[in-house]
Design a protein around this ligand. Structure first.
Ligand SMILES: Cc1cc2nc3c(=O)[nH]c(=O)nc-3n(C[C@H](O)[C@H](O)[C@H](O)COP(=O)(O)OP(=O)(O)OC[C@H]3O[C@@H](n4cnc5c(N)ncnc54)[C@H](O)[C@@H]3O)c2cc1C
Length: 399
């Protein structure tokens, strides 16, 4: 008799996992070179992106009618977790998924028909730009303005920390159509007057300046400066004054996929630590025989299983079209737990490796910044606790 609750991977999701395994087997001879490129040179190998598209990973959230595999967020979650466990996660899967979801749940039929096949084929890579230095976590205070110009808009302002802007084909930019000050004066909610705009990454008037950052495997971050950048009407996503709801449809998958990447990192670190603990012998037994080495790794395993359940549930809820609030709660919990886990897993693996933990070719010290980043971005874990306390527990807003 069926219990109604299954933890088995279904046939369709099994197919995407098989596709990832096939991809990993194919690129195995290149893997070390790729890891060096990604971690040390902050350059994601373009050919690997093409392979990911051909394996159906990039198009996991693109419905079949638009040329994708239509496997949903759970499919993408499983694929990214596995790739990350092999050290090969790609931030553009997350960022392009955000644009994909904004299009799917907020775009017109013409926009879906135009962009989705290009996303699935890997032809259209999207960066995502919301952060501004002066607004920070309080994104609603952003200053970048989109002002009407005929049927389209003009964009002015700046964004910071934008991952991979130099290699993106397009950038999904969040901008204000009504200023924060005007909202306050008119008594409008802060979610009003936010629009989503697809900006050509080579558009005249858009300048980029590289930032000296670490944290995302294979990509650098950029400051973006918009000087009267033209946005044609077909690049405006949904109602330009009411983009906030569409934005949440993009931010929830971002958190779930960040959790998937963190889970994969924890597995990458754990497997390296187990292998090293077996082989390294400095006293009578291999170091893996010492409980001081075993217990941190066993703790990682327990937390990993728990974080995986939360992450899969968040993805499943999204695929079931649960309310953005409910998806948001689980996406937040998954991202919080998985990011804390990733940092502790990398830390335990470094400790297991002793001095070798700091030798770059072991890729553990290289993983430290990417794992640590996930506690701070795409949203900091303190803000996640705030939101859970307020919206799940009903406690007063603290900030
Ligand atoms: C490597 C990297 C890549 C990035 N990529 C992108 C990208 O592609 N696109 C994009 O738009 N942005 C990107 N970001 C920006 C990132 O999302 C922000 O840095 C992050 O959301 C935190 O914002 P902030 O830096 O302004 O921190 P602040 O808002 O200045 O906050 C600083 C700290 O204060 C605490 N804090 C703030 N508010 C509260 C509160 N209400 N309650 C409790 N504590 C609080 C938190 O600990 C927080 O970490 C990236 C950042 C990095 C480092």
């Amino acid at each position: 008799m069926s219990s109604g609750l299954s933890f088995a991977v279904g046939e369709e999701h099994g197919m995407i996992l098989e596709a990832v395994e096939g991809l990993l087997r194919k690129i195995e001879p290149q893997r070390e070179r790729y890891l060096k490129l990604i971690f040390e040179e902050q350059t994601f190998p373009e050919e690997l992106w093409g392979e990911m598209a051909r394996a159906g990973i990039i198009g996991a959230l693109v419905p079949e009618e638009y040329g994708g595999t239509g496997l949903g967020l759970l499919g993408m979650t499983l694929a990214l977790e596995r790739l990350s466990a092999a050290g090969l996660t790609n931030a553009f899967c997350i960022l392009t998924t955000m644009a994909n979801m904004a299009l799917l749940r907020g775009g017109s039929e013409e926009q879906k028909a135009h962009w989705m096949p290009r996303i699935a084929s890997g032809e259209a890579k999207f960066a995502f730009a919301i952060t501004e230095p002066d607004a920070g976590t309080n994104s609603f205070k952003m200053k970048t303005r989109a002002t009407r110009d005929g049927d389209g808009f003009r964009l002015n302002g700046s964004k910071g920390w934008i991952t991979g802007a130099n290699v993106a084909d397009y950038i999904l930019v969040v901008a204000r159509t009504t200023s924060y000050e005007d909202l306050k004066a008119q008594g409008l909610p802060k979610t009003y007057g936010l629009g989503l705009f697809i900006v050509d990454a080579r558009a005249p008037g858009l300048e980029m300046q590289v930032m000296d950052t670490a944290g995302i495997e294979g990509y650098k971050q950029y400051m973006l400066y918009f000087d009267n950048v033209e946005i044609p009407p077909e690049h405006v996503l949904g109602d330009p004054d009411a983009g906030a709801m569409t934005l949440f449809q993009a931010l929830n998958p971002e958190r779930v996929l960040a959790a998937a990447v963190a889970l994969g990192m924890s597995e990458f670190a754990l497997q390296k630590a187990i292998a090293y603990a077996h082989e390294r012998k400095v006293f009578a037994s291999p170091i893996g025989a010492y409980q001081a080495v075993q217990h941190p790794l066993a703790r990682v395993k327990i937390r990993q299983e728990a974080a995986r359940l939360l992450t899969y549930k968040a993805a499943w809820l999204f695929d079931q079209h649960a309310s953005p609030h409910e998806v948001g709660h689980f996406a937040n919990m998954a991202k919080h737990m998985s990011s804390e886990l990733a940092v502790d897993a990398v830390d335990a693996a470094i400790q297991t490796h002793g001095g070798n933990g700091f030798v770059r070719e072991y890729h553990l010290i290289n993983l430290w910044a990417p794992a640590r980043l996930l506690k701070t971005a795409p949203i900091n874990n303190e803000m996640i606790l705030n939101q859970l306390a307020e919206h799940m527990l009903g406690l007063p807003r603290s900030y």
